[in-house]
Design a protein around this ligand. Structure first.
Ligand SMILES: Cc1cc2nc3c(=O)[nH]c(=O)nc-3n(C[C@H](O)[C@H](O)[C@H](O)COP(=O)(O)OP(=O)(O)OC[C@H]3O[C@@H](n4cnc5c(N)ncnc54)[C@H](O)[C@@H]3O)c2cc1C
Length: 290
């Protein structure tokens, strides 16, 4: 059985950063990810100054900045008239080393951290390892993982559940996950179509106000991301259809048949677990957290 100081479930941004920080501090970590490789779906694409400051502390910020788009300005604009209000983060250059938003897909950071971990003396990265269960004893935690052909176990002093919003670790711990889910659904489309060739005065981050169809238009290195509200009564398959995309692009830039690399419908939750550690308190030596 593999052993470590800490076993981390989930190689998303939280698990990858936690694993890297611990490994750098000399803690033996095993990072287990259910998928066969780092997830590359289009999710968050903005790093704000405080996040860049944290990433700078662990020596990752500069490498990430090389992969992203430095975006000091962002706009709130009216869809109908194109009038905009400009916010310029250069104005806080005396408060932060990073007076800009960095436009960069979150999976770029995760992949780079995982690459560092794969050659790190204190880290082991295991893909195709889906956590299914764990048990705690006086001297640690044993976590069980489903792999394509077997169940594998990792024993550690601590287990960190960084397995996202549907965390099985949180569910096994029975932790409350209070809060609410917004009733609206949201639709994001990613396209390599250069929107700034069709819409005047776009910057990399644009919040577009409109009583009928507000928009967020975000430039990431690989694509423009378009976020629109989606009718909650409409089925996801309809929202993701070519017809819906054509209608959105037609209203936006007067074109149909615009290529999209990702289409996602999602809900937004505002929830937090009632406690972050279980089975351990400061001074004790073992436990799980989510
Ligand atoms: C479509 C979409 C758009 C988004 N856009 C934005 C945005 O614009 N701005 C923003 O700030 N945030 C955005 N978010 C939210 C952001 O992506 C999340 O906050 C972030 O991914 C959370 O990171 P995490 O590491 O906690 O979890 P995740 O990124 O969900 O990573 C969890 C990892 O754990 C793995 N995993 C799950 N279960 C198991 C298991 N049992 N065993 C092993 N591994 C497991 C998963 O495969 C995954 O790799 C968006 C989310 C979505 C879905």
């Amino acid at each position: 059985m593999l052993t470590a100081d800490v076993v981390i479930v989930g190689a998303g941004p939280v698990g990858a950063v936690a694993a890297y920080v611990l490994a750098e501090k000399g803690v033996k970590v095993v990072l287990c990810e259910a998928a066969g490789e780092c997830q590359e779906d289009m999710r968050a694409s903005t790093f704000h100054p405080p996040t860049l400051e944290i990433l700078d502390e662990i020596g990752v910020a500069e490498e990430l900045i090389e992969c992203g788009l430095i975006s000091p300005k962002y706009h709130f604009r009216k869809r109908q008239t194109g009038e905009f209000v400009e916010f310029d983060l250069s104005g806080i250059a005396d408060c932060t080393k990073f007076p800009f938003r960095l436009q960069c897909e979150q999976h770029v950071m995760v992949k780079r951290l995982v690459k560092r971990l794969e050659s790190h003396v204190n880290a082991t990265v295991l893909f195709n390892h889906r956590a299914v269960w764990f048990s705690q004893t006086e001297d640690g935690v044993t976590a069980s993982f489903e792999t394509p052909f077997s169940i594998e176990q990792v024993k550690a002093r601590y287990l960190v559940g960084a397995d996202g919003g549907n965390s099985i670790i949180r569910k096994w711990l029975g932790a409350d996950f209070d809060g609410f889910t917004y009733p609206e659904k949201f639709l994001t489309l990613s396209t390599t179509k250069e929107l700034s060739a069709h819409i005047d005065n776009l910057v990399h981050v644009n919040y577009v106000v409109d009583s009928k169809e507000w928009l967020v238009l975000l430039r990431a290195p690989s694509a423009w991301r378009i976020l629109v509200p989606a009718d909650e009564a409409t089925e996801d398959a309809v929202l993701l259809s070519d017809d819906t995309c054509d209608a959105i692009f037609s209203r936006l830039i007067g074109e149909t048949g615009v290529p999209t690399s990702h289409r996602t419908v999602y809900r937004v939750h505002q929830r937090v677990v009632n406690r972050f550690n279980h089975g351990w308190s400061i001074g004790s030596t073992t436990g799980a957290c989510s």
